[in-house]
Ligand binder design. Structure first.
Ligand code: G3P
Ligand code: MG
Length: 246
């Protein structure tokens, strides 16, 4: 199996701020070997771990990430969503760069599903710098990075530039032409929204020889069903809720 049966989603987003170094550590401390994280582009070309187009949902910052430079992140707190539940525990949690996230995942001996999130910019402006950071990084050299994206052009460019890095074809619902899209980018895994999956759909993907991963599964019973059907792994915000059912 390329990844593991339980993968921390955005780190482990229910127990630590998403897409942060604390999130990676929380996944590790929960006994996980793999995490999924989102990488996006800033206006000055910096690569940071963040899910949204803007900073407002998860941080005390405001505005479009694409309109900011890395210096704007000084003093930005990505722990704000945890203030009520966790007090000062994540106070001042920084938004990490891609390199900081890779270094920590590597230091912990984990693997990374790096989801490349496109916003409103050229594909190459994000993909080429991401590949260049991965180039020569020990995590990538050791085959412990799998890139995924909802954006087909992103995957095509990855395949063209770095055919050695494994790719995951990421869908919400699988479109009718899922197989041709997946073959076109030479993906080794297929990732889909779990809410849409049935046993028959799982079988369709497995019959084509792909590993199938699904997001986001925070219910232990649902995770057990999916894994019993042959799903290779589930992305979860809440590792303990899944582990106790398996
Ligand atoms: O990569 C799986 C999952 O993270 C995709 O959805 O919106 O959580 O990035 P999202
Ligand atoms: Mg993601």
């Amino acid at each position: 199996m390329r990844m593991s049966a339980i993968i921390g989603h955005r780190g482990a987003a229910h127990i630590a701020p998403e897409n942060t170094l604390s999130g990676i550590k929380a996944a590790y401390q929960s006994g996980l070997d793999w995490v999924e994280l989102d990488v996006i582009l800033m206006g000055d070309g910096s690569l940071i771990m963040h899910h949204d187009r803007t900073l407002s949902r998860c941080t005390n910052g405001k505005g479009e990430v694409l309109s900011k430079s890395i210096g704007y992140l000084d003093g930005i707190d990505a722990g704000v969503l945890f203030r009520d539940s966790h007090g000062d525990r994540f106070f001042g949690e920084p938004i990490p760069t891609l390199l900081q996230a890779l270094d920590l995942v590597h230091a912990l001996g984990m693997g990374l599903n790096l989801e490349i999130k496109m916003h409103q910019h050229e594909v190459g402006d994000l993909v080429l710098p991401v590949l260049s950071v991965l180039d020569g990084h020990p995590l990538s050299r050791q085959g412990r990075v799998l890139i995924s994206s909802f954006n087909h052009q992103v995957l095509l460019l990855c395949k063209q530039q770095r055919p050695d890095i494994p790719l995951g074809q990421l869908f919400g619902m699988m479109p009718k032409n899922w197989l041709s899209l997946t073959k076109e980018v030479n993906a080794v895994t297929v990732h889909v929204n779990q809410s849409w999956l049935t046993e028959a759909k799982v079988k369709t993907v497995l019959e084509q020889g792909y590993e199938l991963y699904c997001y986001t599964v925070n219910d232990g019973k649902r995770a057990k069903n999916l894994l019993d059907w042959g799903v290779s792994g589930v992305f979860t915000d809440d590792p303990a809720a899944i582990k106790c059912m398996l």
